[in-house]
Every structure is written in structure tokens, then in C-alpha cells.
Ligand binder design. Structure first.
Ligand code: ATP
Ligand code: MG
Ligand code: MG
Length: 558
């Protein structure tokens, strides 16, 4: 589409199509490791990879990079597929698992050995580190570097056959121990891990390293543009070296900046720590930046995609204000969410001159942004609930909501004027009393008198009781990962010290208008004046639970 910005990856693909580099094909992939739940950073990658394929009439592969048995589980595979689908990427029947290529990868490794470009090394991890050298000093060759092809082949086959214990040997590429790029200092291709693989079972006890595996996966699938994040930029020479040495089909790796968000940690390892440490209630806790958390919070895939489009694709690492994500949610929900009335912290309002037992049905518009959504009937009676903070007994000058002697408009209903308050023995306000003006039905006074505030309400006898969960940011500081400058403080720094202990507020006595009683899981609404809310998966028939997705205005903006 012509209104989409021309970012550098769009540009590269356009140039490749023009030059015929991949015969005009565009074929991308999303290659997560199934070692955790996806987060919003992954959504950026999904949106980019899938978007480029769709835009160019190309193909998109969903591929699990399941090459490390120790951290991978079927639970993660299932959750990832659900989340990718939710973001909106459709892989059709193009679902692949890197572990299905293990046999081919193994054959390629033997080819490298035959060429004299790979060797079995007996150094342990510690010794290998010693041989690696430093930024200023070249590394030293392994004493096993000059093994014959025959010996290497025999040892590698015995590695595969399970004759050696974990960590005792590796297969390494023979490149250059003096390369300024550490990744080229004889990188490891295979290590011995006697572990059960979630898909391959106990078939293998040698497992390929990422750099070796990834290019082969891309090559086998005939990917054209292999899009990855910037930290792989200095792995690209290795990606290219492997494919060149094998002489196989060679995709183009292109790096872009990863998504970082303020007030958020993004790495799967840290998210797992938050789950295991009980800082949140699970991977799908609405405070988490996971896709399952965002979904449960009430974020829509449309809002997520608009956000990804908004942050764009660059070569520079930046930290995006999480407020931009919240704005994307507001924009989307404003258009589609029906309006309802709900009172989070109820205070009884008694209308002295409204007849007891009488009920009036009032017309309430469902969404002023979308007339096609029509209106509904809301019951009005002598006893209502209003928000505690909409009343003050001794208000300051600029307080225009309800106060003794002060008149306000009840949304969709009447003007009411406060006459007195009721208190318990301890002096706490238990109810507010008022009179209403029947001539103001619908919200306007025939005599033209004005009020300065409109407040929301719910009829007490018709109200549905609900639990409502309000969320604040999980972290107190914009960059929770950043260590303090002071060296002493930095030495003991851990991002967990920045966790906001008050990020969850649970209100158990909220009152909803009756129409909300039948809402089902995932349904989204605007509660007038309070924000956007959705039904949580903890909701049960007769016991609704709502999450606040986002407030109506950015309360953090100064
Ligand atoms: P993490 O470091 O958060 O655990 P990862 O990079 O290990 O994530 P993978 O499962 O390997 O996660 O990633 C799958 C794809 O998603 C990769 O192509 C990776 O580059 C991309 N990706 C991961 N995190 C981000 C991010 N924050 N922004 C953009 N793309 C990302
Ligand atoms: Mg990874
Ligand atoms: Mg990672």
C-alpha cells in the first residue's frame, strides 16, 4: 500500500526484485525458539516478516528453531502458534521444525569435515575460553585443529553414536583464530547433550549451534530475506561462510533493531523469572508484555499491528515510549468499544423526590463514534450508585461535581442537587441525598440553566456486582534494565529492585449496569469516564471479572 513508509527493508526487497536477485521471489519466515511465550518484540518481527511476504505476493514460513533440547517444551510450541495466529499472520500449511532437518545438518557437517573445514576438538569449555584470545590479542589454535579428515570423521560419528559424555568434545569450524570477529574464531557447530528433545525424543545426543543451524534452515526452506535483530549483525559473516563453504542456496540475512519499551523488560529469561518468582500471576498476566498478557488485558490485534507500523523498522536501537502502545489501544478501542456505565468505588445516592418502587428506562447511546451501534435502555430508580470520588462534603473551589447544594447532570438522565449526607456512628459517609428535576430528562434544562459536571451512575437495585482489576506499570522506572551509574550501586543491581509493588489493584465491589451482566470472555467496552475494559478469563456466570485495558487519557503525559 502506498501510504506505508518506505523503510530500509522494503527498499532492499524492492531493489532485489528489480535486479532479479531471487528471481523476484519474496519468502520470509518467523523462527522463534520454543523456550518461552512470545512478547510484543516478537510481534514486531511477525508483522515485518509476514507483512513483507504479503505485500510482495510471497511466502511466509512459521518455523520453530527447536535446536536446543534443554529449554524447549511442547507447551511453548502451542502457545506460540496461538499467539502468531492472533497477531494475524497466516502460515497456511507452511509450518516447519528445524529439528526435522537434523539429518541434513549432520550430512552437511560431514561434508565440511571432508573439505578439511571442520574438526573435532577435545578442549573443554574452560580451555576453549582460554584459547579464544581477547579484543586486542588473537586466539590460539586448538591442539586438535590438525586432526586428519579420517580421524575427525570417525570421532564425529562416535559423538553421534553417544560414545562420549556431555561437554567432552565439540565439532568446530576451521576458520581463523586471529579474526577480529570473535564469531569466526573456530566457532562450535555441535556439542554433546544427552537430553530428551520434545520432538525428536532420544534420537540425537549431539545438537547444532544456532549459527550453524540457522543458515541451513533458511537455505533448505529457500528463504530469500532472512530478517533478524541487530545483535546478529556480526554473525552474518559466519552465516555467509557456512553457506558458501557448503555451496548451497544462499539467502540474504538483514538485521533490524529490536523493539524495546519503556517500563518493560522483554527478554524471555526475565519474563520467566517474573512468572516463577511470583511477581505476576502467570505468562498471561495482563501486566506482562507477552502477547498472551496483552490479549488478556484487552489489547486488539489491530491495535498491535497499528503500533508495529507506527514504530517502523530501523537500524538503530531505541527505546519506544510504552505510551505509544497505549495510544494505539485507545485509538482502536475508541472506534469499536460499546459504551457502558460502571461504578468502581460505589457510594449510594438517594433521590428523595423520586417515587419508591418506580423504574424509568432511559435511552443511552452505545458509541458516539459509530451511530450504527445504536442505543440501549438503562434503568433509573430512587437509589443509585455513584463514584465515591464524584462527591465531596467540603469541596475546594474548583470541584464541580456533587457537593452539598451543588447540582450536576447524571449521564443520560437528569439533573440532581445534593441536599444532605448520611453518616454512620464513626462519621463515615454512607449515602448522599439529593433531589432531581424531572424536567431535565435526557440531560438538558428547559429553563436553560447549566451544570458544570456530568457524572456516571448505576441503578442500585439493578446493578450487577463485579470484580474489576486495575493495572499500573510493572516497573517504577523507564529503563528497568539499566544499572545505576554509581559503581557501588551498579555492583549489586538487579532489575527486580525496580518492580512496582503496587501494579495490581483489585476492586471487589464494583457495580455495573445490567447490560454488562451477560458479557462474555474477551468482550471489550468503554466504561464511561473510566477507560476501556474487557472480560477476564476468570469471569464465571454471575461473577463477572473485568480488566482495565487502558485509561481514557494518557495519565502519565505531563
Ligand atoms: P528473547 O531474547 O526476548 O528471549 P529471542 O530473540 O531469543 O527473544 P527467538 O525466539 O529466538 O527470541 O526470536 C524469534 C524471532 O523474533 C527472531 O527472529 C528474533 O530476532 C525476533 N525478536 C525477538 N525479540 C525481538 C524484539 N524485541 N524485537 C524484534 N524482534 C525480536
Ligand atoms: Mg533465542
Ligand atoms: Mg534471546
Amino acid at each position: 500500500e502506498s501510504n506505508k513508509p518506505v523503510h530500509f527493508i522494503r527498499q532492499i526487497i524492492a531493489e532485489d526484485n528489480q535486479s532479479g536477485k531471487f528471481d523476484g521471489r519474496v519468502h520470509t519466515r518467523f523462527p522463534p525458539e520454543p523456550n518461552g511465550y512470545l512478547h510484543i518484540g516478537h510481534a514486531k518481527s511477525i508483522h515485518l516478516n509476514y507483512g513483507m511476504a504479503v505485500e510482495h505476493g510471497g511466502l511466509f514460513n512459521m518455523r520453530f528453531d527447536d535446536t536446543n533440547p534443554s529449554k524447549e517444551e511442547q507447551e511453548y510450541v502451542d502457545s506460540i502458534l496461538k499467539d502468531v495466529k492472533w497477531v494475524g499472520a497466516d502460515w497456511g500449511d507452511r509450518l516447519y521444525f528445524a529439528s526435522d532437518y537434523f539429518e541434513q545438518m549432520y550430512a552437511y557437517a560431514e561434508q565440511l569435515i571432508q573439505k578439511g573445514k571442520a574438526y573435532v576438538c577435545d578442549l573443554n569449555a574452560e580451555q576453549m575460553r582460554e584459547h579464544r584470545g581477547t579484543l586486542t590479542e588473537p586466539g590460539r589454535n586448538s591442539p586438535f585443529r590438525d586432526r586428519s579428515v579420517e580421524e575427525n570423521l570417525e570421532l564425529f560419528r562416535r559423538m553421534r553414536a553417544g560414545e562420549f559424555p556431555d561437554g567432552s568434545r565439540t565439532l568446530r569450524a576451521k576458520i581463523d583464530m586471529a579474526s577480529p570477529n570473535f564469531n569466526l574464531r573456530d566457532p562450535v557447530l555441535y556439542r554433546i547433550i544427552h537430553a530428551h528433545h520434545h520432538r525428536q525424543g532420544d534420537k540425537w545426543c549431539i545438537y547444532p549451534m544456532y549459527d550453524w543451524a540457522h543458515g541451513i534452515e533458511d537455505s533448505i526452506e529457500r528463504i530469500t530475506h532472512s530478517l533478524c535483530t541487530l545483535e546478529f549483525e556480526n554473525h552474518r559473516p559466519l552465516y555467509d561462510w557456512f553457506l558458501d563453504e557448503l555451496g548451497v542456496y544462499h539467502p540474504q540475512q538483514i538485521e533490524f533493531s529490536r523493539l524495546n519499551l519503556t517500563y518493560t523488560v522483554m527478554s524471555k529469561r526475565k519474563l520467566l523469572e517474573l512468572v516463577q518468582g511470583g511477581s505476576v500471576r502467570g505468562w498471561d498476566d495482563p501486566r506482562m508484555p507477552t502477547l498472551s498478557g496483552l490479549r488478556r488485558r484487552g489489547c486488539t490485534p489491530e491495535a498491535l499491528r497499528a503500533f508495529c507500523e507506527d514504530v517502523g523498522v530501523t537500524k538503530f536501537d531505541a527505546i519506544i515510549d510504552v505510551g505509544r502502545l497505549e495510544n494505539a489501544m485507545r485509538d482502536d478501542l475508541n472506534r469499536r468499544a460499546p459504551r457502558r456505565m460502571a461504578v468502581l468505588r460505589p457510594l449510594k445516592l438517594i433521590i428523595e423526590n423520586f417515587p419508591e418502587g418506580q423504574v424509568e428506562m432511559l435511552d443511552a447511546v452505545n458509541n458516539p463514534e459509530d451511530p450504527s451501534l445504536g442505543s440501549r435502555q438503562v434503568p433509573f430508580s430512587r437509589e443509585l450508585y455513584i463514584e465515591q470520588e464524584d462527591f465531596m462534603e467540603n469541596p475546594p473551589k474548583k470541584f464541580f461535581r456533587l457537593a452539598p447544594g451543588q447540582e450536576v447532570r447524571l449521564r443520560f438522565a437528569f439533573f440532581v442537587k445534593c441536599t444532605s449526607v448520611e453518616k454512620d456512628a464513626a462519621g463515615n459517609i454512607t449515602a448522599v441525598r439529593c433531589t432531581y428535576d424531572p424536567a431535565t430528562r435526557g440531560g438538558d434544562a428547559p429553563d436553560g440553566r447549566k451544570v458544570k459536571a456530568t457524572i456516571h451512575w448505576v441503578s442500585a437495585q439493578h446493578a450487577v456486582n463485579a470484580e474489576v482489576r486495575l493495572f499500573d506499570r510493572l516497573f517504577n522506572v523507564a529503563e528497568p534494565d539499566r544499572a545505576p551509574k554509581d559503581p557501588k550501586a551498579a555492583a549489586s543491581f538487579n532489575y527486580k529492585q525496580n518492580i512496582n509493588p503496587n501494579s495490581l489493584e483489585i476492586l471487589t465491589t464494583a457495580k455495573l449496569e445490567p447490560a454488562l451482566g451477560s458479557a462474555s470472555e474477551g468482550e471489550r467496552f468503554q466504561f464511561e469516564r473510566l477507560g476501556y475494559f474487557c472480560v477476564d478469563s476468570d469471569a464465571r456466570p454471575g461473577a463477572p471479572v473485568f480488566n482495565r485495558t487502558v485509561t481514557l487519557k494518557d495519565t502519565w503525559a505531563k
